[in-house]
Design a protein around this ligand. Structure first.
Ligand SMILES: NC(=O)C1=CN([C@@H]2O[C@H](COP(=O)(O)OP(=O)(O)OC[C@H]3O[C@@H](n4cnc5c(N)ncnc54)[C@H](O)[C@@H]3O)[C@@H](O)[C@H]2O)C=CC1
Ligand SMILES: CC(=O)[C@H](N)C(=O)O
Length: 373
């Protein structure tokens, strides 16, 4: 059989594989005895180069919140700017709009979502749209629509088009009857917020679609995420983001949780890396489809103590918000993420001292720039 004809046949079979760009080719390249770069120029690849076709085409929903812009920039470094589309129902700020593809997408509009996936040949979907714990309690019907109906749309589109789907869950998927110190992956989950209920629903629905339809669903339960250059969207762990801004700007901070409230937390760089690592993990290494991931765990008093080492005049006062406090009191204090560490090698980089130094450096240099201007 002439070599060129055989290569054409293999190439055309590869192009017929399911839309998910991550799946193994029909014939592995070692079978061909040639690397992708060696495939002749006249092979039937249309106008798409091999390396472009090999990258996932990513869509991020709810991408203008605390985590989405950082995720887009992280993934663009890996997969190329044009392979990562950020979407939301809000208008993007100019620097985000100019940084790469952005598109309007309302996850409650199934047809719109499907059109975006088809027109852009999306293969990986990171589903970030949600109402978080505190805002969810303030608007239960909207939280139910976005977090539950929206998820159903995303699951259906992902299944229909063979996508690899990442949905973040949260420490908020546990409740007062769960073991809290530490909280393992598999235990009682009876959360008392609409946010938590919707996230348990997402975990179970995703796993059901995986077992029933073979959907490549992957899910991490994030702790409270701390970021320097993006604002939190109305959660219970938000204090641990705001405190750095106020410490640098005013030298004081009023905390809406009690000083002894212990919660699991993670710096955003660790969160984004964990997300990409679980998405890239070989399917056979995943013994579960939903994993706890953790980095550190602290109370407001401990965080304030660490900030004091850098800002000696820093003062913290407490004005407890009963809604947020009740939520925090029902959540894990420490997260057991041993399965993630064992199965796909999860390892965090940032503990409390590195987190505090990094956050204060960011806000310190921002405020120096503002003063200079
Ligand atoms: N930030 C954190 O500490 C944690 C976040 N997570 C999860 O990570 C994901 C991202 O979190 P954040 O960025 O912090 O959330 P966020 O609240 O900051 O952003 C959510 C985004 O969803 C968008 N959205 C709302 N309704 C929509 C709709 N109908 N269609 C499309 N988009 C819509 C909003 O405009 C917003 O930009 C969420 O699913 C959240 O539950 C989980 C644990 C911790
Ligand atoms: C931990 C979360 O899911 C979020 N930051 C919230 O506090 O609601």
């Amino acid at each position: 059989m002439p070599v060129v004809w055989m290569l054409r046949r293999v190439a055309s079979r590869m192009l017929q594989r399911p839309a998910c760009g991550c799946q193994a080719p029909v014939l592995p390249s070692r079978f061909l005895g040639t690397s992708p770069q060696q495939i002749p120029a006249d092979a039937n690849f249309h106008s798409t180069s091999f390396s472009e076709a090999d990258q996932p085409r990513v869509l991020i929903t709810g991408g203008l919140g605390q985590l989405g812009v950082g995720l887009a920039s992280f993934l663009r470094k890996r997969f190329g700017k044009d392979n990562v589309i950020l979407s939301d129902i809000r208008k993007p700020p100019e620097h985000v709009f100019l940084s790469g593809p952005f598109i309007y997408s309302d996850i409650l509009d199934y047809k719109n979502l499907r059109e975006i996936v088809v027109n852009n040949r999306v293969t990986w979907l990171f589903h970030y749209s949600a109402l978080l714990s505190a805002v969810g309690e303030a608007n239960v019907s909207l939280a139910r629509a976005v977090n539950i109906t929206g998820l159903h749309n995303v699951l259906d589109v992902a299944e229909e088009h063979g996508l690899r789907l990442f949905v973040p869950s949260t420490i908020g998927a546990f409740g007062p009857t769960s073991p809290r110190n530490p909280t393992p992956d598999l235990c009682i989950q009876r959360p008392r917020t609409i946010y938590g209920v919707s996230k348990v629903h997402a975990e179970l629905m995703g796993e059901y679609y995986y077992y029933r339809h073979g959907l490549d669903f992957r899910c991490l339960r994030y702790p409270g995420i701390i970021s320097a250059d993006s604002q939190p969207g109305g959660g219970t762990t938000d204090y641990a983001v705001q405190i750095f801004h106020d410490a640098v700007k005013n030298g004081r901070f009023e905390c809406n949780l009690k000083p002894s409230t212990r919660l699991p937390m993670m710096y955003i760089d660790d969160c984004l890396r964990a997300t990409l690592e679980v998405m890239e993990a070989p399917a056979e290494s995943l013994s579960m489809r939903t994993y706890n991931v953790n980095a550190m765990s602290f109370t407001p008093a401990e965080l304030a103590q660490e900030i004091l080492k850098h800002v000696p005049e820093f003062q913290i006062t407490y004005n407890v918000d009963p809604v947020r406090q009740a939520i925090a009191d029902s959540w894990p204090m420490n997260f057991d993420d041993s399965n993630a560490r064992k199965d796909w090698g999860w390892k965090h980089d940032f503990d409390l001292p590195e987190l505090v130094t990094t956050m204060l450096n960011f806000h310190g240099s921002e405020s120096r720039v503002a003063q200079a201007n």
